[in-house]
Write a protein that binds this ligand. Structure first.
Ligand code: GAL
Length: 682
């Protein structure tokens, strides 16, 4: 596919169909290899490549000299072979000459250490010198390549904030003060928001204010929260500065930067970033440190569903994932046969209209030489290459589904800012990590086969029947009002423990927990009784057949009902006899509260009960471990069936399977590890 032939599948979507692609770093290889590269790309059906992500030092060997010859040659070669280019601005890895001439562009950590060059992404986002150097390069690239026929989209920097999310240098300190002066009308307002009456922290002059650098004991919580907000905004400003140059010099070509929507990477508020992108692109890597292998498909689905939320439900671009192992975990698990296709199709099922990988050819040198790629070290007579070619074929056939939308009636509210506030410590327990709980709730819904959209606080929820709000420690009034509207209009809302405790300034909402949601939930908790790490409590219920079998951990509360009914009570533990799960009828709907971290089976059973009340169902019934998602649009509907289990499964469906290229008349059997995408017939 060539860029000039590219049609838009959605708003400003740059490629037609569902393209296969990857990061391509030809500068790591002699030019003789390039011809072989493009031949193999054609064999696999590669439709796009991201070029130049880490090439600044090659493109600009010194401040006055640009060297574009190699990039000209590779772009021409790609174009001649029908491969579209996602051209990177190359600003992700500043060259050594910049660090040498301007060491003040390097980031300073929490403890005051300036980090040395020698890796990648070492720049202070507030540095005007870095900004000017980056924009000089972007200006030169955009001037040269705006009209190149291979150019399909622009790729600003790379995973912005991955290694340099927070810089504590003096330049950052000054920028932080300017940001605070825009946020607060005066110092009195800042002192009030930061609660500086505590520990004699009043500020009498803006110049006294610093980033929350390493100090004796807890830094001011609101200072930390505002610094996290500032840092996200400051990194976003590096994106918008480059984007604006590209829009001026290369109008009409979409601009993106690849997000890292993953549970453990939470330092950018992507709800703020999303509206600045021409299209949402995302990188996802399975992480064996976070999830056991059998839970990984659900974690992937969580990230993809949240990415779709960032894309407003429309198509998004999977910029990177891996064909097999990565190199950056303690043990880098290789993918099992079939997993590459299942992982890719799960992203597509959840709205990705392009499937990209890091990277084309496995490096022979450098810090990522053991990272998998489309072309492994061992060459093309390999499982990975055969599966890449298979994927290219499947995506070509599934391309007819491009532009259709994933169907969901259930939403999970996710908020990076609430996570920053919760994870900074000095709370009732340090065992409650924010992202664990949205992921656990999503996993329970995944087991039930229910497709879920990720939504932002304050989102319009009128299109949903069931909304879950996990551990939303911080909630502002607008968010609370939207949730109330949703319930009153007939929605089923589930809020879990450790929610609504503080306002947007991280001040306790007084009068009892969970402050922001007390009224909506019809209850009041007077004291929190967190549980030690190895401790759990048992639950009893009049109307659920689970007496003593459901357990809770991490958190309990001494709760009094104030209009709600108790669905389950604690059998034992510090608040034995008190409500653990409640339900409050409000308007045409109901607000449920779960006051403890339920075990997975209990969470699944409870959510099943609420889903029944909400009339939410899976697209098609399937056994646990079989992922079934529907995408539909004007061209029809497509049922994605991904069997992550170890036994064959049979699904009731009628249509044509684009993977096996067979008619399915009434039922379809998918082998263990297998995948199907059925164009449904009615
Ligand atoms: C991503 C990054 C790539 C590569 C990859 C390895 O975070 O964008 O450049 O480092 O990880 O998994």
């Amino acid at each position: 596919m060539t860029a000039d032939a590219a049609g838009l599948t959605g708003p400003r979507f740059p490629l037609s169909g569902i393209a296969l692609g990857c990061d391509y770093n030809p500068e790591q290889w002699p030019e003789q290899v390039w011809e072989q590269d493009v031949e193999l790309m054609r064999e696999a059906g590669v439709g796009f490549v991201t070029v130049g992500v880490f090439s600044w030092a090659l493109l600009q060997p010194d401040p006055e000299t640009f060297n574009f010859d190699w990039l000209d040659r590779i772009l021409d070669l790609l174009h001649a072979n029908g491969i579209a280019v996602d051209l990177a601005t190359a600003t992700a890895s500043p060259p050594a000459w910049l660090a040498r001439a301007h060491p003040e562009t390097l980031i300073v950590d929490h403890a005051g250490n300036r980090l040395w060059p020698g890796s990648r992404q070492n720049f202070c986002p507030s540095s005007a010198v870095f900004r000017a150097a980056a924009l000089t390069l972007v200006e030169a690239l955009a001037t040269r390549y705006a009209g190149h026929p291979a150019l399909a989209m622009w790729h600003v920097s790379n995973e912005i904030g991955c290694h340099n999310a927070h810089c504590y240098c003096d330049i950052s300190a000054a920028a932080f003060r300017r940001w605070l002066q825009r946020r607060y009308p005066d110092l009195a307002a800042l002192n009030n928001a930061w609660g500086t009456a505590f520990w004699s922290q009043w500020y009498h002059d803006w110049e006294e204010i610093l980033p929350p650098r390493q100090t004796t004991t807890w830094a001011n919580p609101t200072q930390q929260l505002d610094f996290a907000r500032f840092s996200s905004d400051e990194l976003l400003a590096t994106f918008t500065a480059e984007r604006d140059v590209l829009r001026r010099l290369s109008p009409g070509v979409p601009v993106t930067t690849n997000f890292m929507v993953m549970p453990n990477v939470t330092r950018m508020d992507y709800w703020q970033w999303a509206g600045e992108q021409d299209l949402i692109s995302q990188d996802h890597y399975l992480d064996g440190r976070l999830e056991p292998v059998q839970a990984q498909p659900a974690e992937l689905a969580f990230c993809a569903d949240l990415t779709r939320g960032l894309a407003g439900g429309g198509p998004w671009f999977l910029m990177e994932h891996s064909t097999s192992a990565v190199n950056w975990q303690p043990v880098n698990l290789a993918k099992a046969p079939g997993q590459l296709l299942r992982n890719s199709l799960s992203h597509v099922a959840r709205g990705a209209d392009a499937v990209g990988f890091f990277q084309w050819r496995a490096s022979a040198a450098g810090g990522e030489k053991f990272h998998s790629a489309l072309v492994p070290h061992a060459g093309t007579d390999t499982k990975v290459w055969r599966e890449v070619v298979e994927l290219g074929g499947v995506l070509a056939r599934v391309s007819e589904a491009a532009g259709t939308r994933t169907q969901a009636e259930t939403a999970i509210l996710f908020d990076w800012q609430a996570g920053w506030a919760l994870n900074q410590g000095s709370h009732p327990t340090s065992l409650v990590e924010y992202a664990d709980h949205p992921v656990a709730i999503h996993r329970a819904l995944w087991r039930l086969g229910i497709t879920v959209d990720g939504v932002r606080p304050g989102a319009d929820l009128s299109g949903y029947r069931l909304v879950v709000v996990p551990t939303l420690y911080l909630a502002d009034d607008a968010c609370v009002a939207r949730l109330r509207d949703f319930v009153e209009a007939g929605g089923q809302l589930v809020i879990t423990f450790c929610s609504g405790l503080v306002d947007e300034n991280d001040h306790i909402r007084l009068g009892g927990y969970p402050g922001a949601f007390r009224e909506l939930l019809g209850l009041r908790s007077e004291e929190i009784f967190p549980l030690p790490a190895d401790c759990s409590v048992h639950l009893a219920s009049r109307d659920l057949a689970q007496n003593g079998t459901w357990t809770g951990s991490l958190w309990t509360e001494l709760t009094h009902l104030d209009g709600a009914e108790a669905i389950a009570r604690y059998l034992d533990g510090p608040v034995a006899g008190h409500p653990a799960i409640t339900r409050n009828a409000v308007g045409a709907g109901a607000a449920w509260y779960v006051g403890t971290a339920l075990d997975d089976a209990a969470l699944t059973a409870l959510l099943n009960r609420v889903a029944v009340a909400a009339h939410v169902q899976p697209p098609v019934p399937a056994p646990p471990g079989v992922e079934v998602v529907r995408r539909s649009g004007s061209q029809g509907s497509y049922l994605f069936v991904l069997n992550h289990g170890i036994t064959a499964t049979t699904i009731l469906t009628h249509g044509y399977d684009l993977v096996s290229q067979k008619e399915t008349t009434g039922s379809l059997t998918v082998e263990p590890g297998g995948s199907a995408v059925v164009r449904e017939a009615y």
